[in-house]
Design a protein. Structure first.
Length: 288
C-alpha cells in the first residue's frame, strides 16, 4: 500500500505552539522533508525527534517532489514541514501536494500556526473577508497588475515582507492603494511581538526613523465599498451613454443586457439610459 503525505504545521516563533498530533506524527513517519534542514534540525532536536530528514525547497521542488512521490508509492509515510508555519502557504509545498494528487497518493494536513492568520486576528481590522497576497511578485508587470487588483479589493489584505524591503514596499503600497489603515505585525508569537496599528504614511515615517527588525506581515484595510462604487460611477460618467454601451456590446454582450448593465453602472433606470441614447443620436444627426 502507498504511504501518506502529512503536511505538518510548525511554530512560527514560540515552540509551545506545536501540536501534540504534529509531534506524534513527526516521530512516527519514515521521513521528514524540510524546507531548510539546518533550521528544522533545531526544532527536531528540541523535541528529541530522531526521524531521518531530507531537504525539499524552492530550488529542488519539482525534481525532489517526484523522488518523494516515489517513496510514498513504495509505502513510506512522509511529513512535510516548512521553515515556520503551515506547509503549502507561500512555499514549495503546494507543488508536492499537486504531484501527490496526480499520482493518487493520500495527503492530509495537520493544522497549526500560520503567520497570515495570526496577523489578521491580531490586526484589529475586519476579518470576515480577506485576501492573502503573500510576498508581492518581483516581476514589474505582474507586480503592477497585482497592485491594481489590490487597489479595488474591498477585503482586508495580507502581505508578507522582509524587514530590509519593508519601507520601500510600504511606499509602493501607499502610492497604489492610497493612505489606508494598516497593521504591521512583527516577531509574531515571540518575546518582542508587536502589532503596530497605524497608516501607511505614519508607518513609513516611523520605520525610516527607527529602522526595522524581524519578519513582517502587513495587514491592510480593504477599499471602502461605497467609495469604490462612487469612483467607478465617476469613471463611467466620463463616457457618453453610447460609449458606455459600446464597451459591453463590443465585448460580446447583447444589447438588452448591455443596457441593463449600463443602467446599473450609472445608478439610474434602464428607461433613462434609453432616453439618453436617443438624445445622443439626435445630437449626432443634427451635428451631421
Amino acid at each position: 500500500m502507498a504511504g501518506k503525505l502529512y503536511l505538518c504545521a510548525t511554530p512560527i516563533g514560540n515552540l509551545e505552539d506545536i501540536t501534540l498530533r504534529v509531534l506524534r506524527t513527526l516521530r512516527e513517519v519514515d521521513l521528514i522533508a524540510a524546507e531548510d534542514t539546518r533550521n528544522s534540525i533545531r526544532l527536531l532536536n528540541h523535541f528529541e525527534i530522531k526521524t531521518p530528514l531530507t531537504s525539499y525547497h524552492e530550488y529542488n521542488k519539482f525534481d525532489k517532489a517526484y523522488v518523494l512521490a516515489e517513496k510514498l508509492r513504495a509505502g513510506q509515510n512522509i511529513a512535510l514541514i516548512t521553515d515556520a508555519g503551515t506547509p503549502g502557504i507561500s512555499d514549495p509545498g503546494e507543488e508536492l501536494v499537486r504531484i501527490c494528487y496526480e499520482q493518487g497518493i493520500e495527503v492530509t494536513s495537520l493544522p497549526g500556526a500560520a503567520a497570515c492568520i495570526t496577523a489578521l486576528t491580531l490586526s484589529g481590522l475586519p476579518t470576515r473577508r480577506f485576501s492573502f497576497e503573500a510576498f508581492l511578485p518581483k516581476e514589474k508587470k505582474e507586480r503592477a497588475a497585482v497592485l491594481e487588483e489590490m487597489a479595488a479589493d474591498t477585503r482586508t489584505i495580507i502581505v508578507y515582507e522582509a524587514p530590509h524591503h519593508l519601507i520601500a514596499t510600504l511606499k509602493e503600497l501607499s502610492a497604489a492603494l492610497g493612505d489606508r489603515r494598516i497593521a504591521v505585525c512583527r516577531e509574531l508569537t515571540k518575546k518582542y511581538e508587536t502589532a503596530f496599528r497605524t497608516t501607511f504614511t505614519e508607518a513609513i515615517d516611523f520605520y525610516e526613523a527607527q529602522g526595522v527588525l524581524g519578519e513582517c506581515v502587513i495587514v491592510i484595510e480593504g477599499q471602502n465599498r461605497r467609495e469604490l462604487i462612487r469612483k467607478q460611477q465617476e469613471d463611467w460618467l466620463n463616457l457618453t451613454v453610447g460609449e458606455h454601451l459600446a464597451y459591453y456590446t463590443d465585448g460580446g454582450m447583447d444589447r438588452k443586457s448591455a443596457m441593463k448593465q449600463v443602467a446599473r453602472d450609472r445608478g439610474v433606470g434602464k428607461r433613462e439610459i434609453y432616453s439618453q441614447l436617443l438624445a445622443e443620436q439626435d445630437d449626432a444627426e443634427q451635428d451631421g
